[in-house]
Write a protein that binds this ligand. Structure first.
Ligand code: NAD
Length: 254
């Protein structure tokens, strides 16, 4: 899709090329905008082409359809890029319920989006980063049932905990090649999908109150706050940081 012209920028990510998944809304969208503001050239991808169009014309951002569960599409897109300095694996899905509500196909679906997608993307991107002298991979995890137990987040917690292990393994294997890999574990963040989950509850007002009650700061996080952490991890300011999970949860897990 379109690429708007912009003046040469100085910023914390100047000269870097970033690939972001699930950038049409929520945290991925805020991060695409923040990375571009900080001087990166951003390839913002999502499965939702209509929503993605809202990024058309934002200086520094190019958009492209990508379903992260499709290995061939991932391979093709990554191969087309000259270099990738930053990979933000943001795509994820929240399954609601306990193990008793989880079918085998639920399990496969959640792990495909939340974990296997990171395998597809990272496997293609790591060789490019090594060839280029290094890079930063940021993987989206969560506090919910991977750092701290939370009711009805069985499958989500299992998959997001897997992200933390995936991240540490990748970080260990490529630390000597300049490839850093960290995960981000937000608490409850006010995004379109969170609002959908609240509205899907029998009593949405109570559902919102319950979400707020578990955040010790008494409010939801914003996508921009998570984007700021990702900007730090993507930048050379975080050159000594790898293999770590970053909790950003308004004190939920204290
Ligand atoms: P969201 O759920 O509002 O948006 C998700 C985006 O992912 C959508 O644009 C959707 O089109 C896209 N998407 C869905 N399936 C896809 C696929 N197969 N390929 C590519 N894109 C696909 O976003 P959000 O709430 O900002 O969540 C983003 C990430 O942050 C997720 O991994 C989520 O688990 C994680 N997270 C969110 C919260 C929260 O409270 N919102 C908390 C912790 C972690």
């Amino acid at each position: 899709m379109s690429q708007a012209k912009r003046p040469k920028l100085l910023g914390r990510l100047a000269g870097k090329f970033a690939l972001i998944t699930a950038a049409a809304q929520g945290i991925g969208n805020a991060t695409a905008r923040k990375f571009a503001e900080e001087g990166a050239t951003v390839l913002a991808t999502d499965i939702n082409g209509e929503k993605l169009k809202e990024l058309d014309g934002v200086p520094g951002i190019t958009t492209c359809l990508l379903d992260v569960t499709k290995a061939d599409a991932v391979r093709k897109l990554v191969a087309e890029q000259e270099k990738i300095d930053i990979l933000f694996n943001c795509a994820g899905y929240v399954h609601h319920g306990t193990i008793l509500d989880c079918s085998e196909s639920d399990w496969d679906f959640s792990f495909a989006i939340n974990v296997k997608s990171m395998f597809f993307l990272s496997k293609e991107v790591v060789p490019k980063m090594i060839a280029n002298g290094g890079g930063s991979i940021i993987n989206m995890s969560s506090v919910a049932s991977s750092i701290k137990g939370a009711p009805n987040r069985f499958l989500y917690g299992a998959s997001k905990a897997a992200v933390i292990g995936f991240t540490k393994a990748l970080a260990s294997d490529f630390v000597s090649k300049g490839v850093r890999c960290n995960s981000v574990c937000p608490g409850t963040v006010d995004t379109p999908s969170l609002q959908q989950r609240i509205q899907a509850q029998p009593d949405p007002d109570k559902a919102l109150k319950d979400f707020l009650a578990r955040q010790k700061m008494g409010r939801l996080g914003t996508s921009e706050e998570i984007a700021s952490l990702c900007t730090y991890l993507a930048s050379d300011e975080a050159a000594y940081v790898t293999g770590t999970e970053f909790i950003i949860d308004g004190g939920w897990s204290i």
